[in-house]
Design a protein around this ligand. Structure first.
Ligand code: AMP
Ligand code: MG
Length: 454
């Protein structure tokens, strides 16, 4: 059997960040910067007022008091907008708005509230220090300075800074485009009336959602039957349009395990028994340059396999460190048993989270009663997967073990991971031709919705 670490290592050595390309700011949202961005401009790019008020020479209002205001003629009105205001003559004021350019000669702004608000002349009731309420050129960003290092996830604030610095098309690693494909003749699409022996395809939805949570652009294909020709037709048509393909089902040792049948010998695909519980049958390889992950069909196995192997790979493809799920130590509040020789991933709920919502020294992990690989409900209510090392078969209550933190529940810390719909966030590659759409006729309708052009 292959170890979890060996399998992950094999995967990570085969994937790399997407080739950098320039993307407009909308497309760049949620992408990772592929190169450092330096400012070509100063921010602010000109001295301007941070207040609505009056541009003055501070010396001219040095003697102003509430009782004896200093009155100055108002020689100009300077709204925010293009143009250069006339220089301020000594002994005068200019009415000025927030963001408007400071006239040459002025060295302070008196805020409106300290004046009578006059239009032709203004009574100033308090003195101001030189430089008051002036935003100086370059005090935020100086030309040539590093504004965002390579590897930054581009979120709202980063988009704002790039726009302010007039960077229209930053260099990014594009989001990986991922096809998620479920196989099984028993599968029907959610919302269908089920016949005998049929089940709803939950994997394609769950895995597509998980891939989206990692920031991938995802298309979902459902219910390819256990027929080698049908699977091959759908699968091979995907390779020209996607950066990765994730399948579920059809990789164990039974008859009708079509994924295994079709992909054995394809590219570098290798099917392994990985020493883990759940999720033993795994496959991975690169076919025509596209990483292909073949996950087991049981829903919990599929999702846990995604978290262990596909998530870090997609992180790397996005240009991020391949960290996988965040980890924390927790204390078991009940014993768990684990299969000898396999790394166990035990669904637990967490109690006693720290004040930041993360596990702390007092956090207790309670194993879910059902740990079957088909029992999705306990995964949906779990907040973490406790890792039971290969050599441990019994972990008593009180054991300190490392847990992988899931994104659900009150302890959730998975946020800001770049959610995306594929229609709005494709970074503009030419591979999104949609040539696979005609092919899944043999029972693999592509997900309806806002994606059919891809
Ligand atoms: P397989 O790996 O194809 O042998 O499937 C293992 C188990 O997972 C079987 O009980 C399947 O019915 C179930 N299964 C496979 N694919 C899916 C799916 N897409 N959604 C829900 N259950 C599935
Ligand atoms: Mg199957």
């Amino acid at each position: 059997m292959t170890t979890v670490d060996e399998h992950l290592e094999r995967i990570l050595s085969a994937v790399s960040p997407g080739r950098p390309r320039r993307a407009d700011l909308h497309q760049a949202h949620g992408c990772v910067l592929a190169a450092a961005v330096r400012a070509t401009v100063a921010l602010p790019s000109f001295d301007n007022s941070s207040m609505d008020g009056y541009a003055v020479r501070a010396a001219d209002v040095a003697d102003a008091t509430e009782q004896e205001p200093v009155t100055l003629p108002v020689e100009a009105d300077i709204p925010a907008g293009p143009g250069t205001p006339a220089p301020l003559a000594p002994g005068t004021a200019a009415r000025i708005m927030t963001g408007a350019p400071l006239p040459r000669g002025a060295d302070a702004v008196v805020q409106l509230e300290w004046t009578d608000g006059g239009r032709t002349s203004v009574a100033v009731r308090r003195p101001v220090d030189r430089g008051r309420h002036i935003r100086r050129t370059g005090e935020d960003v100086t030309p040539g300075s590093l504004i965002l290092p390579a590897g930054t996830i581009i979120g709202a604030a980063q988009i704002g800074l790039l726009a302010a610095a007039n960077v229209a098309r930053p260099p990014v690693h594009p989001r990986p485009r991922v096809a998620v494909l479920s196989t099984g003749s028993e599968l029907v699409e959610v919302g269908s009336r089920l016949g005998d022996g049929q089940i709803v395809d939950s994997n394609s939805h769950a895995i597509a959602a998980a891939a989206r949570e990692t920031g991938a652009v995802v298309d979902r294909l459902t219910g390819v039957p256990d027929d080698a020709d049908a699977f091959a037709k759908v699968f091979y048509a995907l390779l020209s349009d996607y950066d990765a393909v994730v399948t579920t089902g059809g990789v164990s040792v039974g008859a009708y395990d079509v994924v295994k049948e079709v992909l054995t010998g394809a590219g570098s695909v290798q099917f392994d028994q990985v020493a883990m519980q759940p999720g033993k049958p795994q496959g991975f390889g690169v076919v025509s340059g596209v990483p292909v992950f073949t996950l087991p069909g049981n829903p919990v196995s599929a999702l846990i396999s995604f978290d262990l192997f596909v998530r870090p790979a997609l992180q790397r493809m996005r240009g991020l460190p391949a960290t996988g799920l965040p980890r924390a130590e927790v204390t078991l509040d009940a014993p768990v048993r684990s299969v000898p020789g396999r790394r166990g991933f035990v669904r637990v709920t967490l109690a006693g989270l720290g004040p930041d919502g993360r596990p702390g020294p007092d956090t207790l992990a309670r194993p879910a009663a059902s740990q079957g690989s088909h029992q999705l409900s306990s995964l949906a209510s779990a907040q973490a997967l406790v890792i039971v090392p290969e050599e441990v078969t019994q972990a008593p209550a009180g054991s300190r073990l490392v847990a992988l933190l899931l994104g659900n529940g009150p302890g959730s810390i998975l946020s800001g991971m770049g959610w995306a719909d594929s229609d709005s966030t494709d970074t503009g590659g030419s591979r999104a031709g949609g040539s696979h759409q005609a092919s899944p006729a043999a029972g693999a309708p592509k997900e309806p919705g806002p994606e059919p052009t891809r």
